[in-house]
Design a protein around this ligand. Sequence first.
Ligand code: NI
Length: 201
Amino acid sequence: MAILKIARMGHPVLRRAADPVDDPRAPEVARLVADMIDTLEDAGGVGLAAPQVHVPARVVIFRVPAARAASGRYRAAGLDEDTGEVPLTVLVNPRIDPVGEDVSWAWESCLSVPGLSGAVPRHTHIRYRGTGLDGAAIDREATGFHARVVQHECDHLDGILYPMRMPDLSLLGFTEEMMRGDGTPDGDGAAADEEAPAAAG
Ligand code: NI
């Protein structure tokens, strides 16, 4: 296992559509995911897509922390007390369908766009499907922060970074600067240990 280098906005691998995975149970997919988990742990984010580690394959990993234990930056990104904890999930060849038409706004950041945060509208409620590393089908509904993280990660598989989802680029900025005022990623000011992006992926 290894910590992989994370591609940043502008790298061609982040701008192309990733390729479907023929066999989710293949050993090389398991190795890739193991390295992605190491990389995500090291970076301190909540999700990661394979293109972010320079592999153009339709694989994402994510987890949702327990709301009560989460810091203000996660709540600023849309994690509320109703959000259930979701353990680390590996999703191969994912597909997302919106449920209903509700849209929610929250702050996002991305390991491939370091230092920045932006307000992004996302479907409030989605159904997502894919397969796990064992080849078994995954079919879930998600709302709120959980739905947001899945949409953010799966966007990476289609060459989309969160700023491309922003209708108002005045709400994009350096996280440190935006934390100075109200209505910011951390309106109450950031603690030193809260420098990492909220919905990093
Ligand atoms: Ni991201």
